[in-house]
Design a protein. Structure first.
Length: 407
């Protein structure tokens, strides 16, 4: 029998989705599962952008330009202007989700065996993209004790070798919810200019900032040739299934390279480009209510988590994720046990073990990521389930008597 490739063997599974079979089996028993494991918002996709697709009048569903529809890219320049980001439409390449934008960045800017430094914990699929691009992730560790703030410069610099070509951040961060400040971005600017590195900035959650304003990497002075922003409409408009993202840079040489990868996959999805273009015309205050809803969910989740003996959860500044430290032996075992062996009032909760968001072996073993994408009533019941589960989990550790600050 023919063998699969080494790459196929080494490709990491998603820590977010790997427990899905256990969740499906649990639901088949009639047990309700609260999904806090995945960033699938329950906020309804805005009706006007769905209507734009429904009311399309074209007669042939044809390829778009490989860089995306010109009308959409021009519309996006007005979107970015709201954040004082000034672009020409030619500096934007539409991608099949933010995922393709990340992969294009790695494929265009890094050679096989090159290295990219990423603060950990990080979005787990970066591992998969790095494997596809045959590049190596060098993690620099941020800690829950410091609320996952950017590690100090010395921690970055001791990782830099002749193979280091880029730093990748997600701001606000998935999975921690940490919002990097302007000062932290300026620190990265100094490192990148000193060592001639790219700065890849995943800004998928730009709108969802609760403790301070978002500062885009595109605002960094003197970094026009270094900065690449990776973007998506998935979370912004609750349109994850649209699979539309954007690759944004002022570096023309990089754009000339990326367009060749874009041509190789022909074009991004046509219907979703129509949806994305219509989204730019939504009222500017559209996000106000959505952001306040997520803020209230965050506050409830973090308060209830920190009220559970032995649990620690920093207050996230953005996105819709939080990482909590639990009094358990192993998060992977615990999350599977929640689905296989536990229920409270015929309900249980699905979490993402945080170990899958770290590249350093052994880290995140007692941490989980929670996505507060459910309504507050569901979050309330999910946290009750979690508290009851921790009382009876066989691998529970002795809870700390110290209480941590809440909202």
């Amino acid at each position: 029998m023919p063998k699969i490739s080494h790459r196929g063997i080494q490709m990491p599974p998603s820590p977010i989705r790997k427990l899905a079979p256990f969740a499906e089996a649990t639901k088949a028993k009639g047990i309700k599962v609260y999904h806090l494991n995945i960033g699938q918002p329950d906020i309804e996709t805005p009706q006007p952008i769905l209507d734009a697709v429904r009311h399309s009048t074209f007669k042939i569903l044809e390829y778009s330009h490989s860089a995306g529809n010109e009308s959409y890219r021009k519309k996006l320049t007005s979107y970015y202007q709201r954040f004082n980001i000034h672009l020409d439409y030619s500096q934007i390449i539409i991608t099949t989700g933010g995922s393709e934008a990340i992969l294009f960045a790695m494929m265009s800017c890094l050679n096989p065996d090159d290295e990219v430094i990423i603060p950990e914990p990080f979005y787990a699929n970066y591992n998969g993209f790095a494997m596809e691009a045959q590049v190596h992730i060098k993690p620099v560790t941020s800690t829950i004790e410091k609320s996952f703030a950017l590690p100090p410069v010395k921690d970055f610099e001791k990782l830099i070798t002749e193979r280091t070509k880029a730093i990748l951040i997600c701001n606000p961060n998935n999975p921690t919810g940490y919002l990097y400040s302007q000062e932290e971005l300026e620190t990265l600017r100094q490192i990148c200019l000193k060592h001639d590195l790219y700065l890849f900035s995943d800004e998928a959650y730009r709108e969802f900032c609760y403790e301070g304003a978002h500062f885009s990497a595109l605002h960094l002075e003197g970094m026009e040739e270094n900065v690449i922003v990776l973007d998506t409409i998935s979370k912004r408009y609750s349109a994850c299934g649209g699979r539309i993202g954007a690759f944004v840079t002022k570096n023309q040489q990089v754009l000339d390279s990326v367009i060749k990868f874009a041509q190789a996959r022909l074009s991004p999805p046509s219907f979703a480009q129509i949806l994305g273009e219509a989204a730019v015309d939504l009222p500017v205050d559209y996000f106000n209510q959505v952001k306040e809803e997520y803020r209230s969910r965050r506050n409830l989740l973090v308060r209830m988590l920190n009220d559970i003996p032995g649990v620690k959860c920093p207050l996230p500044g953005g996105a819709f994720y939080a990482i909590a430290q639990l009094p358990i032996d192993d998060a992977d075992k615990f999350c599977q046990w929640l689905l296989e062996a536990f229920s409270f009032e015929n309900q249980t909760v699905m979490l993402a073990p945080a170990s899958g968001f770290y590249a350093t072996p052994g880290l995140g073993k007692q941490e989980v990521r929670l996505a507060y994408v459910l309504n507050k009533n569901d979050i309330h019941h999910a946290m009750i389930c979690l508290e009851e589960a921790l009382k009876v989990y066989p691998g529970r550790k002795v809870a700390s008597l110290l209480k941590h600050s809440t909202v």
